[in-house]
Each structure stands twice: as structure tokens, then as C-alpha cells.
Design a protein around this ligand. Structure first.
Ligand code: GLY
Ligand code: MN
Ligand code: MN
Length: 454
């Protein structure tokens, strides 16, 4: 049985009411003008607002108390019909989301007493939050007092996904899989990265979705969050595509595939690809309730270290190399993160969601970028995204320290492998794991087939 939006939202606020005993006000955020008020940057509602309000309403707020939802939003101005057409009235929106009451925005000022909140990223909104609540509410500052209690309660709810969320997450995953297939089909004839990006994003846009982060579509996969698309695509290159869709109500997918632009991996590319895939598969097989995500990360590190020893790139024992962070010269980031209404879900709250209470980030290079450090629970959605990168700045700085542990001469033979990542979205179930993005192949031969298919 699929629950309606109203049922889903009702259940979320009932569960919140069991965790906190004070009101909470969540602002949606405002759209920001580019150069004049009617020409705005793309608007994205705050994820905490979306979780309880269900719809990406701009310039709105909700007040939650004891399981009740009050909506605060202004009716569209008469002049707005000219520019934006007929948009739903306050009452219509209230009915759609099952609000218990609905008021104009100006009424909110009289309903703020004793209320907790979470800072919204845009300056106009956090300034307004600060003024209305008469205390500093800043996005980059850790919440305190009741705001911290609210944040913890929301983390408790959003850490595992309900049926309504899963339906959205699955449709984001399905569309993202199709986008990646379109990218693979486009790469062989594309002259520039931008053409592959266009092929991928066109699938997302055609489903009336947006990208859940800025697409990474690059022949320089060693630049982890590369947002340039101008490089020419040449035979022999690997193209790394990290592209995910976001549903209209804000739920995200996050997929990476790396494919040979000419349709065939070179033998060195294939060696490293198979190694990254071995780490990917081992991590997914290890996902079960109760397993520590940090152990999944270490499993990836050890698999990569062992594979690099087997290829003659590293010298030593895998465990020892991981303890010395040598693997991190090639796999410098964490194995993944929470996924939900955001990629890197709830990282607006720092490590409150990602790290179990009492745990802190490691200062070690090989562990410090781990974004999730909790035991896994059914209903959590995580990414698994091992990679191999040759980042000149990292390798140059490591030459002295790892002079003997890295076989630099052997490494030179892998010059055509700049960056490989394989990323899937994995739901923790009662018995193990379900890969929401499994319809997109991962094996080298299947990827080659998809790239060469006419
Ligand atoms: N797309 C960003 C990431 O994979 O973390
Ligand atoms: Mn990711
Ligand atoms: Mn990604």
C-alpha cells in the first residue's frame, strides 16, 4: 500500500512530537534575485522544511507542535498571475499537505515564543529567523539548546527512510540510471565533456527533475568535484560521470560511473577499474544492519591496498599500508555518505547526522574524510563509492614519505588512469542491502558494451 503525501507528513510530525516537547518552526527559504526581483537563481527549499511540508514552497514556514502543522504563507499577489500564471492559494496548499491551520506570513511573528529552529542557508532567511526568534541563527554555527534538541530529533527521523521517502528515492535512482546510460551512449561521438553532460542532464530534465548536485562529467576524474566541462574528449581517455537526479519534492540520487571514451579500457585502465569494482562489490556485500560504516570504509581501503600490491604499485602488507595511510594517496576520500533529501544528507548540521554521538572525525589523512561513522540500520540509504585517483599534488607531496612503499616506476605505467570512481546508492534492509541503482551495470565489459552500442 502506498501512503498518500498527507499520511506520510502526518506520520512524520507525530514521530517528531514523541521526540520533542516544544514547538519547532521550519522556514523554507527564499529565492534569490540575480539582477532584478523577477529574475531569480534556481530555488531549492530547505530540506528540513521539505521533510515535514512535502512541497518546495518558497517564502513559507511551518510551525510544528504536538503533532499539528500550521502553515504560514502569503497568497499569491494579484499581479503574480501575469508573470507566473494561476498558482495555488494558501488554503489549497494547506489542504494538499494536510495542514491543521494556515495563516499569512505576517502572523508568524506572534507564534514564535519558545520555538526551536534550524538555520536555512540563504542570508535573507537566516536573518529573518534571527530577528523573529531574537537570537543568532546562523547556518555555519552549531545549534545550541532547543535548536540542538530539534536538530537531533530530526536526525533521528531522517536517518532512516519511510515508505514515502523510499518511493521518491527510487524514482530519482531510476531516472539517474537512464541518465547514465544516455551518457555512455553519447561519449563515443562527443567531442567535449559538455556534450556528455547535456545528454545526461537532458534525461533528468525530461522527467521534470533537476540534478541533485552540480554534475561532474570529466576526463579529469582526479579533480574530485570537477565542475568544468570544456575539455576535449580524446580516444584513450576515461570519462568520469558523477550525476544524480532529484525529484520535484527534493529526494536525491547519486551515481558515478567511469567509462572508456572509445569503448574499450586499456589493460592498465582495466586493471585499476577491476580493482575499484572489487572494493565496491566487497563493500556492498558487507552491508548489513549492525555493521559499522567505518569498517566498510576500511574494507575498501584494504581491498584497494591489496590490489595495488598485487599490481606492483605498492609494496608491503595491505593492513600495514592502510595503517600508514598509503592507500589514501590514491583513495583520499571516504567510502560514501548518507543520502536522502540531500546528497551528503543533513551535512548542514555538521557531523550531527553522520557521526554517532561521542564520535569525532579522525585526524588521519586516510580517515578524516569519512562522512559517516555509525552502525548501519535498516532504512538507511548510503552511497558506496570507492575510487582511485592520481592527484599530482598529493603524489608529489608523498614522494619522500612513501619513497619505498610506492613503486614509482611501476606507477608511471598507469599514466592513462587519472581518476576512476564507481558509486551506487545502497539501502540497508533487515537482512542486508538493496542497491537502488543496480539497473546500471558496473562490470567493465558491460560498460564497454553500453558505450559501443549503436
Ligand atoms: N556527488 C558527490 C559525491 O559523490 O559525494
Ligand atoms: Mn556520493
Ligand atoms: Mn557522487
Amino acid at each position: 500500500m502506498t501512503l498518500s503525501l498527507i499520511d506520510t507528513l502526518f506520520s512524520r510530525r507525530q514521530r517528531l512530537a514523541k521526540l520533542i516537547h516544544f514547538p519547532a518552526i521550519l522556514w523554507s527559504g527564499t529565492s534569490t534575485p540575480r539582477n532584478f526581483p523577477a529574475n531569480v537563481f534556481p530555488y531549492r527549499a530547505s530540506s528540513h522544511f521539505l521533510y515535514f511540508a512535502g512541497l518546495p514552497l518558497p517564502n513559507a514556514a511551518i510551525r510544528l507542535e504536538a503533532g499539528k502543522l500550521e502553515l504560514f504563507i502569503d497568497d499569491p499577489k494579484p499581479s503574480s498571475a501575469l508573470w507566473h500564471g494561476i498558482t495555488p492559494s494558501r488554503e489549497q496548499i494547506a489542504t494538499q499537505i494536510g495542514a491543521d491551520a494556515a495563516y499569512p506570513m505576517a502572523e508568524l511573528a506572534s507564534r514564535t515564543e519558545g520555538a526551536a529552529t534550524i538555520a536555512v542557508q540563504d542570508a535573507a532567511t537566516w536573518t529573518s529567523q534571527t530577528q523573529m526568534l531574537d537570537r543568532m541563527v546562523l547556518p555555519q554555527v552549531a545549534p545550541q539548546g532547543i535548536d540542538l534538541e530539534l536538530a537531533k530529533a530530526i536526525v533521528t527521523l531522517r536517518l532512516t527512510h519511510d515508505q514515502g521517502a523510499l518511493a521518491e528515492l527510487c524514482s530519482a535512482a531510476t531516472v539517474s540510471v537512464e541518465a547514465h546510460k544516455a551518457g555512455m551512449a553519447a561519449v563515443k561521438t562527443a567531442k567535449m565533456e559538455a556534450e556528455v553532460r547535456a545528454a545526461m542532464e537532458s534525461v533528468i530534465i525530461a522527467h521534470n527533475m533537476k540534478t541533485s548536485y552540480n554534475s561532474i562529467v570529466t576526463v579529469h576524474g582526479e579533480v574530485l568535484h570537477n565542475e568544468e566541462y570544456h575539455h576535449p574528449i580524446q580516444p584513450g581517455d576515461l570519462l568520469l560521470a558523477d550525476v544524480g537526479a532529484e525529484t520535484a519534492n527534493g529526494w536525491a540520487a547519486d551515481i558515478t560511473r567511469t567509462f572508456p571514451t572509445s569503448g574499450k579500457f586499456s589493460s592498465t585502465q582495466r586493471d585499476i577499474y577491476d580493482l575499484v569494482l572489487a572494493a565496491h562489490d566487497a563493500c556492498i556485500a558487507a552491508i548489513h544492519p549492525g555493521v559499522e560504516y567505518a569498517d566498510i570504509h576500511l574494507l575498501a581501503c584494504k581491498t584497494i591496498a591489496q590490489g595495488l600490491v598485487d599490481l606492483g604499485i605498492l609494496r608491503g602488507q595491505a593492513e600495514d599500508l592502510v595503517e600508514k595511510d598509503v592507500h589514501a594517496m590514491f583513495f583520499p576520500h571516504g567510502i560514501g555518505h548518507l543520502l536522502g533529501l540531500d546528497v551528503h544528507d543533513m551535512e548542514d548540521l555538521g557531523d550531527l547526522a553522520g557521526y554517532e554521538e561521542g564520535r569525532e572525525r579522525s585526524s588521519r589523512f586516510g580517515l578524516g574524510y569519512l562522512r559517516l561513522n555509525r552502525p548501519l540500520r535498516p532504512g538507511m540509504l548510503v552511497t558506496i563509492e570507492p575510487g582511485f585517483y592520481q592527484v599530482p599534488a598529493i603524489l608529489n607531496s608523498a614522494r619522500e614519505q612513501y619513497q619505498y612503499l610506492i613503486n614509482w616506476e611501476r606507477l608511471e605505467q598507469f599514466v592513462d588512469v587519472r581518476g576512476i570512481r564507481i558509486e551506487d546508492d545502497v539501502l540497508v534492509t533487515n537482512t542486508g542491502a538493496e542497491v537502488l541503482t543496480q539497473a546500471l551495470p558496473t562490470t567493465a565489459s558491460k560498460i564497454e558494451e553500453l558505450v559501443t552500442k549503436v
